[in-house]
Write a protein that binds this ligand. Structure first.
Ligand code: NAD
Ligand code: GLY
Length: 361
């Protein structure tokens, strides 16, 4: 098992990464506060792993809520249901919430923990690759609004993150690729050496080589932990770099009703769009853009905007991005592989050209 800390002063917490962690009780027990645990999961993950988690909780009053699967469940309506379940089960500040699932469950549970009774502790047990390398780390919690992705939420850090690599064995191939998209993101924004490693090891990741997956999860979490420690609340601009590809990607997710495209797929397409814009600005070499396109292609990630989506729809959705300042759209772009920048310094015409290219207009 690998353990390291997200360094945030009194809010610091460990990330545990390894195989078979759900079969061990120690990681969990060390971070449970109070006498009761409330587990949130969904109807796909609970049948696979709820019993494994519950078996360590015999000494606690333990309740759970199983939500429907899917991104469309990440809504205020679901939050209402979660608060009702917590109240009906007499959960109080002596309760630790536990997120058992992918990023959707993690974001919902974190937001419930941040807001229920003005804050109760929570633990992240991420079961998708995407959640293990990204969403479970760093304390961004929240839900979607029909008009915008992740628009309602809070920064709220977990007590710990327990990433059991064995849970990745039940993930389907499309979900695995979606997680690889966020892994590639770290190489692109700040770790060129990792990007090289990914080019050499992409086949091992796709075939779920446990050692390669462990290395990729570890290096991704390390990258994320450093960024979060530097800019926990996304104030200096450093953390915003983690949103590389996301402004385009969120537009895709919102426009497709949070239904057809996986988050990682939308981000992958968005990363290609941002790379294309970076080339048009003369910041990124075409040869490097081709490397990015090749790696994402090998990872079976999409390279075109959704069928029928128009450039104006992108612009409309991108305008409500959280990085917008005084009405001015900011994007994360590349000055090279491993060198991301947050900028508003691009002509609107070049952005429109890229949108047209990806929409086939
Ligand atoms: P998800 O939670 O919907 O999980 C993907 C699918 O895999 C679901 O069908 C889920 O039920 C299933 N699943 C989960 N674990 C499984 C397992 N072990 N075996 C089989 N199936 C399993 O999606 P995701 O890709 O994990 O996360 C995407 C969400 O995370 C988005 O809402 C995104 O906005 C959010 N996100 C948040 C942050 C953050 O910093 N908070 C960062 C990135 C993404
Ligand atoms: N996934 C972006 C962030 O955590 O800041």
């Amino acid at each position: 098992m690998i353990t390291f800390e997200v360094e945030l002063g009194e809010r610091s917490y460990p990330i545990y990464i390894g195989a078979g962690l759900l079969a061990q009780s120690r990681c969990l027990e060390d971070h449970l506060h109070g006498s009761s645990v409330f587990i949130l999961s969904n109807d796909k993950v609970a049948p696979l792993y709820l019993d494994a988690v519950k078996q360590h909780l015999g000494a606690y009053r333990c309740k759970h809520l199983v939500l429907p699967d899917g991104e469309s469940c990440k809504s205020l309506e679901t939050m209402h249901r979660v608060y009702s379940a917590l109240l009906e089960n007499r959960c109080d500040r002596d309760t630790t919430l536990l997120a058992l699932g992918g990023g959707v469950i993690g974001d919902i549970t974190g937001f419930a923990a941040a807001t229920y009774m003005r804050g109760v502790p929570f633990i992240q047990v991420p079961t998708t690759l995407l959640a293990q390398v990204d969403s479970s780390v760093g304390g961004k919690t929240g839900v979607n609004h029909p008009l915008g992705k992740n628009m309602i939420g809070a920064f709220y850090q977990p007590q710990c993150v327990i990433a059991d690599l064995d849970t990745l064995n039940t993930l389907d191939d499309r979900e695995l690729s979606a997680g690889i998209a966020e892994i590639i993101k770290y190489g692109l924004i700040r770790d060129a050496g990792f990007f090289d490693w990914l080019e050499q090891n992409i086949d091992r990741l796709l075939s779920r080589d446990p050692q390669a997956l462990g290395q990729a999860v570890h290096r991704s979490c390390k990258n994320k932990a450093v960024v979060v420690a530097e800019d926990e609340l996304e104030k200096s601009g450093t953390r915003a770099l983690l949103n590389y590809g996301h402004t385009f990607g969120h537009a895709i997710e919102t426009c497709t009703g949070y239904a057809d495209w996986l988050h990682g797929e939308a981000v992958a397409c968005g990363m290609l769009m941002a790379a294309r814009l970076s080339v048009r600005l003369g910041w990124l070499d075409e040869a490097d853009r081709l490397r990015i396109e090749r790696l994402l292609g090998k990872a079976r990630l999409p390279a075109r905007a959704p069928e029928g989506m128009r450039p104006e729809q992108f612009l409309e959705r991108m305008a409500v991005d959280k990085k917008t300042r005084a009405g001015r759209l900011h994007l994360v772009l590349l000055r090279g592989i491993g060198q991301a920048v947050l900028t508003a310094d691009f002509p609107a015409s070049k952005l429109k050209d890229v949108l047209q290219e990806f929409c086939g207009a």
